[in-house]
Ligand binder design. Structure first.
Ligand code: RRO
Length: 296
């Protein structure tokens, strides 16, 4: 029995990955997650130039998760080289998340980081940027994906937003643009208000909601997308235990990404892998692919 999986030629020791954003861009924090049992790590989204992000407060707790409007804080592509080289010393696959404000910026960032990563995750779905979410528009998704894919040698994954009418159409357009995998979903837009002051809690007023409450919606998205595309789908959104991960795989996911759950439990990667192993033993499965996409 083995938990190994392969996505676009990249080998992972188990199907769990750190989701983008959660542990930032520093090598020490990403390597720490590797030592804690993640099969791969995704960096915070990288822009061309360094960004401070929005002024605080940029994150607050919700009943069972978080709402954030970080505003893409990161050191910029030039300053990521040494960090990415150091993360790769952790001997687990590193995925570079990339966020630009136009196609040229995406291409410039990819050009600077692709030597140091196993794949690029195109963040076309940040809820907290001016100009709106790119992945709401199927034609833009295809145009961004194909233009960037043409210039990049490593596999290109496209991360899509649930804030759209038909997410499987968006994923299909990414596939038509040449995406090697789909990552779904980014956060849902939401807000909280401080009733004493009568003002929004986040300085940017609106933010992206993550955590346990979005899991059933994320699962539906994976189910719908997997039935429409022929490339791997990576499930993310509210996963906090092995059952959630198995549900995602049964809905069609090749792997899962975990973000908010780390806030409560840094050992979540190891616990999910152990839980999946025990489930596979009990059900006599010898590989993860034996129960992938098997939901009736
Ligand atoms: O940095 C952020 O505000 C942010 C990003 Br780039 C994203 O993709 N999703 C999110 O919830 N926050």
């Amino acid at each position: 029995m083995s938990l190994d999986i392969e996505i676009n030629g990249i080998n992972l020791a188990n199907p769990t990955m750190l989701a983008a954003g959660v542990m930032g861009t520093t090598a020490s924090s990403l390597k720490r997650i590797g030592r804690r049992g993640a099969g791969a790590v995704v960096t915070k989204s990288i822009t061309e130039d360094a960004k401070k992000g929005h002024p605080g407060p940029v994150i607050t707790k919700t009943k069972c998760g978080w709402i954030n409007s970080m505003g893409l804080p990161n050191p910029g592509a030039k300053n990521m080289k040494d960090e990415l080289i150091s993360i790769a010393e952790g001997k687990i696959p590193v995925i570079g998340s990339v966020a630009g404000s136009n196609i040229d910026e995406y291409i410039k960032i990819c050009d600077q980081i692709e030597k140091y990563v196993d794949a690029i995750e195109l963040n076309l779905s940040c809820p907290n940027v001016e100009g709106g979410i790119i992945s709401k528009n199927p034609h833009l998704v295809k145009k961004y994906t194909s233009s960037i894919k043409e210039k990049v040698d490593v596999p290109v994954w496209v991360k899509v937003s649930p804030e759209t009418g038909d997410i499987s159409k968006i994923a299909t357009m990414a596939e038509k643009g040449g995406a090697n995998s789909i990552v779904a979903i980014n956060t849902y837009k939401g807000m909280r208000i401080d009733v004493e002051s009568g003002t929004p809690i986040l300085s940017n007023k609106i933010g992206g909601v993550s955590g346990k409450h979005i899991f059933p919606m994320a699962l539906r998205c994976i189910y719908k997308i997997s039935s429409e595309v022929n490339i791997p789908v990576i499930g993310v959104g509210g996963i906090s235990n092995w059952r959630d991960a198995v549900e995602m795989i049964m809905a069609g996911a090749h792997a899962v990404q975990i973000g908010s759950a780390i806030g409560d439990n840094i050992d979540v990667f190891r616990e999910i892998s152990e839980g999946i192993s025990k489930f596979m033993d009990r059900k006599n499965f010898s590989s993860v692919s034996e129960f992938r996409g098997t939901v009736l």
